[in-house]
Design a protein around this ligand. Structure first.
Ligand code: GDP
Length: 273
C-alpha cells in the first residue's frame, strides 16, 4: 500500500469522513511527493498538525460567552439520547463550582421522564429548577418562566434543557425557534449560548444534524459527548471546519465531573494515539 492510501485509511478509520480526508491529504500532497514525510512518526505529526489547524483555524474560542446582563441564558439542544440532560447537569456543576448561582429549566416537555431526570441532577448539584406546572405545557413557556425567575431572583445563569427528537422533525425545530424567542423577550441578547450536543458515536450523521440545528437556531458551540467509550469523534473536525463553530466541551462519562473544556491538542493526540 502506498503512503497516500495509508493516510487515507487512517483518517477514514477515525471517522473523519471523505470530504475532510481529501482536504487533509491534499494539504500533505506536496510533502508526500517530495519525500519529506518518510517515517511513521513524521506522517503522524504532519497529520496531527493538519487536523489541529482545521480545528483551530476559524478561531478556537472555547470559553462560554456569558455577557454582562444577568441572567446569562444557555440553551442545550440536540437529538434524543445524545446527552443533553446529562451535559446540562454536568455544566451546572461546573459553573456552580466557579461561583455562579444556577437555575435549571426543564424545557424538555416532550419526553415524560426528562424533567424527573433533570430534577435528579438539580438535587445532585444543589441547583434550583423550574419545571412545567401542568401536563402538555409548552417548552417556551417553561423557559420564559425560568428566565423571568432568574432575572427577579438574581441568578447568574439559567441552563435550559430542550426536547430532542430528530433534527428532521419539523415541530421540534419550530419549538426551538419559539423557545429562543421566548427567552429573548425576557432578557435582551439572550440566549447567550446555544450549545448543540453531539454524540461522539454518531459518525458521519453528525454533519447533517449540526447543519440543520445551526440553520434553524444558530448554534454557538458544541458539546461532544461519550468520548469515554470507543468513539473518537473524528467527524467533529468536519463539522467545525464546515460551520466554523467551536467545540466548547467534551463529555467523558456520566458523573458530575465528567465534562471537560475542549482541548484541541489533547483531542487530536487521542485520535492518533
Ligand atoms: P438526552 O436525551 O439528549 O437528554 O440524553 P441523556 O442526557 O438522557 O443521555 C442519554 C444517555 O447517555 C444516558 O444514559 C447518559 O448517562 C449517557 N451519557 C451522556 N453523556 C455521556 C458521556 O459523556 N459519556 C457516557 N459514557 N455516557 C453519557
Amino acid at each position: 500500500m502506498n503512503l497516500k492510501s495509508l493516510i487515507l485509511q487512517a483518517l477514514l478509520v477515525s471517522d473523519f469522513g471523505p470530504r475532510i480526508t481529501i482536504k487533509i491529504v491534499e494539504r500533505l500532497r506536496e510533502d508526500i511527493l517530495n519525500g519529506k514525510l518518510k517515517s511513521g512518526s513524521e506522517i503522524k505529526d504532519a497529520l496531527k498538525k493538519s487536523v489541529l489547524d482545521l480545528l483551530t483555524s476559524k478561531g478556537s474560542n472555547t470559553e462560554l460567552r456569558l455577557g454582562f446582563r444577568k441572567p446569562a441564558v444557555i440553551m442545550i439542544v440536540g437529538v434524543n439520547g445524545g446527552g443533553k440532560t446529562t451535559s446540562l447537569g454536568k455544566l451546572a456543576y461546573r459553573l456552580k463550582n466557579e461561583g455562579a448561582k444556577i437555575l435549571m429549566a426543564a424545557g424538555d416537555t416532550f419526553r415524560a421522564a426528562a424533567s424527573d431526570q433533570l430534577e435528579i441532577w438539580a438535587e445532585r448539584t444543589g441547583c434550583e429548577i423550574v419545571v412545567a406546572e401542568k401536563e402538555n405545557a409548552k417548552a417556551s413557556s417553561v423557559l420564559s418562566q425560568a428566565v423571568k425567575r432568574g432575572k427577579e431572583q438574581g441568578f447568574d445563569v439559567v441552563l435550559c434543557d430542550t426536547s430532542g427528537r430528530l433534527h428532521t422533525n419539523y415541530s421540534l425545530m419550530e419549538e426551538l425557534i419559539a423557545c429562543k424567542k421566548a427567552v429573548e423577550k425576557v432578557v435582551r441578547g439572550a440566549p447567550n449560548e446555544i450549545l448543540l450536543v453531539l454524540d461522539g458515536n454518531t459518525g458521519l450523521n453528525m454533519l447533517p444534524q449540526a447543519r440543520e440545528f445551526n440553520e434553524v437556531v444558530g448554534i454557538t458551540g458544541f458539546i461532544l459527548t461519550k468520548l469515554d467509550g470507543s468513539a473518537r469523534g473524528g467527524c467533529v473536525v468536519s463539522v467545525v471546519d464546515e460551520l466554523g463553530i467551536p467545540v466548547k466541551f467534551v463529555g467523558v462519562g456520566e458523573g458530575v465531573e465528567d465534562l471537560q473544556p475542549f482541548d484541541a491538542e489533547a483531542f487530536v493526540n487521542a485520535i492518533f494515539s
